[in-house]
Ligand binder design. Sequence first.
Ligand SMILES: Nc1ncnc2c1ncn2[C@@H]1O[C@H](COP(=O)(O)OP(=O)(O)OP(=O)(O)O)[C@@H](O)[C@H]1O
Ligand SMILES: [Mg+2]
Length: 262
Amino acid sequence: MAVPKALTVAGSDSGGGAGIQADLKTFSAFRVFGMSVLTAVTAQNSVGVTGVHDLPPEFVARQLDAVLEDFGADAVKIGMLSTAGIIAAVAERLIAHRQTRLVLDPVMIAKSGDPLLRPDARDALIATLLPLAEVVTPNLHEASMLAGMEVTTETDMEAAARRIHARGPRHVLVKGGHLKDSATDLLWDGRALTRFPGARVDSNNTHGTGCTFSAAIAAGLAHGRPLPQAIAEAKAYVTAAIREGFQVGHGVGALRHFVGSW
Ligand SMILES: Nc1ncnc2c1ncn2[C@@H]1O[C@H](COP(=O)(O)OP(=O)(O)OP(=O)(O)O)[C@@H](O)[C@H]1O
Ligand SMILES: [Mg+2]
């Protein structure tokens, strides 16, 4: 049986709710064969991140070669990258393997506020990875960093999306998960704006929403769906997974990745 294949390039969350663990659960929920290239290992739970151990860039590159020379990937999701060296290695290998269906989640800080991208790596991400992305999925804080402006309202989100688009990605999806009274996301393709309206779910179980959402978009692309359809389906999925989430741990709880099944 031919199965769509998706690859996540991201960090490990020992708490299981975000990072590659969330991505692999999400790929499976979308009936996609999941593969993972680790960039960093975090010691993390629902309360916070207590340690980050970055992998050497050469070893990240070696994992990418191992996966892409054998399996190939119908879509790639990029999450936590941690250092400028890892960013350079990932960009270089993805170009060498001519990988174009890239969903870039420009992870900078964890929900707990702990840093996941070194400040000096931000410029490397903008210069080398933004131009490769089919779609980049910043939250309000990341949109503000990438666009160099404050982003707190839907009007700001649209302005930021236009500025970020000028830096090279084919689409920009600014996520409104941190808006005050809705959870509406905006997609800008350089010509038209598409709104993905979402009602805010009042829940404490939101650890890994961003990872899950970008992995779900990559899964849709791996199935060959057009980007707007992949986003709409990912949005419905993440909303349901938040609504039915689990209060595991003593801090921010997790999503129910197999929502609908158990
Ligand atoms: N409370 C909520 N209710 C409904 N939808 C939400 C909620 N929080 C986030 N979302 C949705 O989840 C998706 C992820 O957005 P969010 O802004 O939370 O990403 P993020 O900040 O990168 O997440 P993370 O902290 O996990 O990295 C978006 O589609 C957003 O609209
Ligand atoms: Mg995020």
